[in-house]
Design a protein around this ligand. Structure first.
Ligand SMILES: N[C@@H](CCC(=O)N[C@@H](CS)C(=O)NCC(=O)O)C(=O)O
Length: 236
């Protein structure tokens, strides 16, 4: 590939951010990290909202987008498809395999991400522990692991024979299973898949991006206020 200016990735070390970090590492595209500290409210700054109007990381700015012009994108699934098409990697060209890959990518985007996120919210972050919510999302987390385990009993990777953006999107949500009360030994196919992906050098580099900012321990009151309080819901 000809010399490429670095793609800016506006991001933070969370599962949705790590999808894009892993993809950039896997494809070898040059990139530059722009940290968006979502615990401090950087996601509400005008320069970030101009790229990501939903005030969520990740977003990218590709100086050499389609037509050779700068192009920005938010939503991790869209970013993965864009980077796959830009490089011709990790999204099969064969139409059947391609749609199977997109199907499992959408399953992550519409199922795994939102449900696991709600579980994290109610079980780990909310100060008020609501048993109904914890049970409902905990059950969804287990059910989605069972769906993945069945699929990964049929094929080595979510899209079939080859590692793809469906795996890249899902892996960051499966690592650290103890955060969701999951023991991967209960899902042997998911465990085999997880261990194979975790061993990839590009994945190991991707999950270290902004590693120094990874939250350790409890969420602070300031972070809680920014993410779940008045700041989040202020009209803008
Ligand atoms: N569907 C979005 C979800 C992104 C998302 O939820 N990002 C979180 C971090 S993992 C965020 O930026 N939160 C900031 C906030 O809630 O203000 C995607 O996949 O890109």
């Amino acid at each position: 590939m000809a010399q490429h200016e670095p793609i800016e990735v506006w991001t933070w070390p969370t599962p949705n951010g790590h999808k894009v970090h892993i993809m950039l590492e896997e494809t070898g595209l040059p990139y530059k990290v722009v940290p968006v500290n979502i615990g401090k409210g950087d996601q509400f700054k005008p320069e970030f909202l101009a790229l990501s109007p939903n005030n969520r990381i990740p977003a990218i700015l590709d100086p050499q987008g389609p037509g050779g012009k700068p192009f920005s994108l938010f939503e991790s699934g869209a970013i993965l498809i864009y980077l796959a098409e830009k490089t011709g990697k990790f999204l099969p060209a064969d139409p059947r395999a391609r749609y199977v890959c997109l199907q499992w990518l959408m399953f992550q985007m519409g199922g795994v991400g939102p449900m696991f996120g709600q579980y994290n919210h109610f079980a780990r972050y909310a100060t008020e522990k609501i048993p109904y919510a914890i049970e409902r999302y905990g059950n969804e987390v287990k059910r989605l692991h069972r769906v993945l385990d069945k699929r990964l009993g049929e094929a080595p990777y979510l899209a079939g024979e080859e590692y793809s953006i469906a795996d890249i999107a899902t892996f960051p949500w499966i690592r650290n299973p103890d955060h969701r009360g999951i023991d991967l030994n209960d899902y042997p196919n998911v465990k085999r898949w997880h261990d194979a992906i975790a061993a990839r050098p590009a994945v190991q580099r991707g999950v270290m991006v902004l590693g120094e900012h990874q939250r350790r321990g409890q969420m602070s009151d300031e972070e809680r206020e920014v993410l779940f309080g008045a700041k989040q819901f202020a009209p803008r």
